[in-house]
Design a protein around this ligand. Structure first.
Ligand SMILES: [Zn+2]
Length: 265
């Protein structure tokens, strides 16, 4: 087995066959962004994070002539460690603190509904308000490159299960968070991970919010948040079209000189 294939298989244990071919299909660089350790959600561990760092740095060096590999981190604000030591960072909110207790709301539909009913009496708008106020607090936790899956709470809501995402009250909470983050985080992601994993048919964020990010001067990156190599470039064309439709003429890509704009046309 090819050495890179062997390592890739350990990073993504569910992917077994023909991985090298997938990696090089059209990509000249790739960024990994493992989750930080979040005690209340059970995501990751400090030990796994250290192993991840070593593995990606080894890959980076060993394959430097074939593909550029970047060591990133998806940092949840309720992690028990800092976001330092990575080539790029994505800041995300997967949990909410209510009365001092941290809860992971980012689950399958049943789990999210249970959380909503237990803590917000089923009121999706109240849930959204708390979520976006928490998102607005991200800069208190450090400096980050990218704002992660901004409207994550809509992951299980494409059929309007608990929220009307076109309701001006809902949009107002989301836009308030965008305004609070303006000038504090340079980039936001158009994240297609929810499509690959079957939660939604369109990426985050929804189009009204894309327009707001544009109006507030944020740069855009396209990410697959894929968890599985099959979805490495899932719906990237769709994401590009959406960005162009609201006036973006470039997306930012990570290079050895940092993030630079890359024209969409
Ligand atoms: Zn995430």
């Amino acid at each position: 087995m090819d050495e890179l294939q062997d390592i890739w298989q350990r990073v993504f244990p569910n992917n077994i066959n023909d991985l090298t071919g997938e990696i090089v299909r059209g990509f000249d660089s790739i960024g990994f962004s493992m989750h930080s350790h979040v005690p209340c959600s059970g995501i990751g561990s400090l030990e796994a994070l250290e192993n991840y760092k070593k593995e990606i740095l080894w890959l980076k060096k060993h394959y430097q002539d074939q593909i550029k590999i970047f060591l990133g981190l998806e940092y949840d604000i309720y992690s028990d460690h800092g976001p330092e030591g990575y080539e790029y960072t994505i800041a995300s909110v997967h949990c909410l603190k209510l009365n001092g207790i941290c809860y992971d709301f980012d689950q399958k539909l049943e789990g999210t509904l249970q959380f909503l009913n237990s803590h917000f009496l089923g009121n999706g708008t109240a849930f959204a308000r708390n979520y976006y106020e928490t998102v607005a607090s991200i800069p208190q936790y450090g400096s980050f490159d990218i704002l992660g899956h901004f409207d994550l709470i809509t992951k299980n809501n494409e059929k309007g299960n608990f929220l009307d995402v076109h309701d001006p009250v809902y949009l107002g909470y989301a836009k308030d968070a965008i305004h609070a983050l303006k000038g504090k985080i340079p980039l936001f992601e158009v994240n297609t991970g929810c499509i690959g994993r079957g939660y939604r048919t369109t990426p985050y964020p929804q189009i009204e919010l894309l327009k707001e990010f544009k109006a507030c001067g944020f740069g855009a990156v396209i990410t697959s948040d894929c968890h599985q190599k099959e979805f490495l470039d899932c719906n990237f064309d769709h994401a590009r079209e959406l960005l162009q439709s609201v006036g973006f003429d470039s997306v930012y890509v990570l290079t050895q000189n940092g993030f630079i704009p890359d024209l969409l046309i």
